[in-house]
Ligand binder design. Structure first.
Ligand code: NAG
Ligand code: NAG
Length: 224
């Protein structure tokens, strides 16, 4: 589990965010290949709760690792959107803590989720907000054979856009026109397509009280 020393992160959380938002609950959105039941994310969430003294919840997408790889990010966003609407605990507003890919889902919820509870603050740990130029090979899990074969395919094809989550934020520097035209998630999220810019997304994103972006390649791909 490639989670950095907790103390470092918790000092950041405690000093930057939680004093501003005391008693506002938070949700954690984990990275690719991970799931809420994994020890790393579980410990991370628990430690944040005890360190900050506020309630926090890891929100799962489908069955976890598998869906984090294979469900398109727009669908992952819809799932989280529906879940946060059902959570009574969040009715008065909440904060989002994103890990890696989870940040794009979080920002999708900020921008696209109609009628969800208000999001106050967003803390992003190693979020690929401007896309990535390559997808890491999946590793040794049982589903990695499938993931790795998709990664090597034509990433902006309909098939891969529909079946490989990271293809939604793969921004290949040598294929920008293709990216703008066929990549289904990030260009919309970032309002990058001139003819389809939507000021509602911008308004929602800029209505956050605080946005904390923490850079670091240590968290870019958290794999179990
Ligand atoms: C997870 O759910 C998907 C459907 O979204 C299913 O196709 C897949 O087999 C499931 N994987 C595991 C490991 O349960
Ligand atoms: C912008 O997005 C909002 C919210 O999803 C939607 O209601 C609206 O129709 C969109 N506007 C344009 C011009 O596409």
């Amino acid at each position: 589990m490639a989670i950095p020393p907790f103390s470092f992160l918790f000092i950041i959380f405690a000093t930057l965010l939680f004093p501003l938002s005391y008693s506002i609950p938070f949700i954690v959105l984990h990275g690719i290949g991970d799931q809420c039941s994994n020890r790393g994310v579980k410990t991370f969430t628990e430690e944040l709760i005890s360190y900050s003294g506020v309630k926090g919840y890891c929100v799962e997408v489908g069955n976890g690792s598998w869906d984090s790889w294979f469900l398109p990010l727009s669908e992952q966003t819809n799932i989280v959107c529906e879940k946060v609407k059902q959570m009574k605990e969040l009715e008065g507003g909440y904060n989002i803590v994103g890990l890696s890919q989870g940040n794009l889902i979080g920002r999708g919820v900020v921008e696209f989720c109609e009628g969800g509870p208000p999001i106050k603050n967003f803390i992003s740990l190693a979020g690929p907000h401007a896309g990535t130029a390559s997808v890491p090979l999946c590793g040794s899990g049982i589903f990695c054979i499938l993931a790795d074969s998709l990664i090597k395919g034509p990433v902006y094809s309909d098939y891969i856009q529909e079946h490989l989550a990271p293809s939604g934020y793969l921004k290949l520097p040598n294929a920008i026109p293709d990216y703008l035209e066929k990549c289904r998630f990030l260009p919309v999220l970032n309002n990058e397509i001139p003819a389809k810019r939507n000021c509602t997304y911008k308004e929602r994103f800029s209505s956050l009280q605080n946005l904390v972006l923490i850079m670091g390649n240590f968290l870019v791909w958290i794999l179990p």
